[in-house]
Design a protein around this ligand. Structure first.
Ligand code: AMP
Length: 125
C-alpha cells in the first residue's frame, strides 16, 4: 500500500525496525549517517536500499528538515555504497519514491540503488 510523503514518523515501520536490529537485513554498509542493505525483493542483479539513521519519512521532510551534516552524510553514504559495490564504471541508477503517486511503500526515506546490468528506460512506457 502506498503511503503519503509527509506526516508523523511511524516508529514501527519496517526500516525503523531494521535500524534498531529487530528485523534481520543483509547489510552492505553502515556509518554514522546511514545504513545500506539488500532489498528483499530485488528488481535488478544489484538492488540495495540506503536509508538515513534519522527519523525521516521521505525526501520531502528530509530535504526540508534534515541538518546539513545529515544530508551530506546521507548523500555521501549513497556514493560510498555504489563505489564499494563496484558500480561506478558500469553505472547505476538511484531512485527515491516519495508519496502516493510514486507508490512509496515504506514510510522511512530510502534510496534504491540498482545496477549489475543495462537497466533500460527509466520508467515503464
Ligand atoms: P518503496 O516502494 O520505494 O517504498 O520500496 C520499498 C522497498 O522495500 C521494496 O523494494 C521492498 O522490496 C523493500 N522491502 C520491504 N521490506 C523489506 C525488508 N524487510 N528488507 C529489505 N527490503 C525490504
Amino acid at each position: 500500500m502506498a503511503v503519503a510523503a509527509t506526516g508523523d514518523y511511524d516508529d514501527s515501520n519496517i526500516f525503523a525496525r531494521i535500524l534498531r536490529g529487530e528485523i534481520p537485513s543483509k547489510r552492505v554498509h553502515e556509518d554514522d549517517w546511514a545504513i545500506a542493505f539488500h532489498d528483499i525483493n530485488p528488481q535488478a542483479p544489484v538492488h540495495v536500499l540506503v536509508i538515513p539513521r534519522g527519523r525521516w519519512r521521505s525526501w520531502a521532510d528530509f530535504s526540508a528538515g534534515g541538518s546539513d551534516a545529515e544530508i551530506a552524510g546521507f548523500v555521501r553514504a549513497v556514493g560510498t555504497v555504489a563505489r564499494a559495490l563496484g558500480l561506478e564504471a558500469p553505472g547505476y541508477r538511484l531512485l527515491a519514491n516519495a508519496g502516493l503517486d510514486a507508490h512509496q511503500e515504506v514510510p522511512h526515506l530510502h534510496v534504491h540503488l540498482f545496477g549489475g546490468k543495462p537497466l533500460g528506460p527509466m520508467l515503464v512506457r
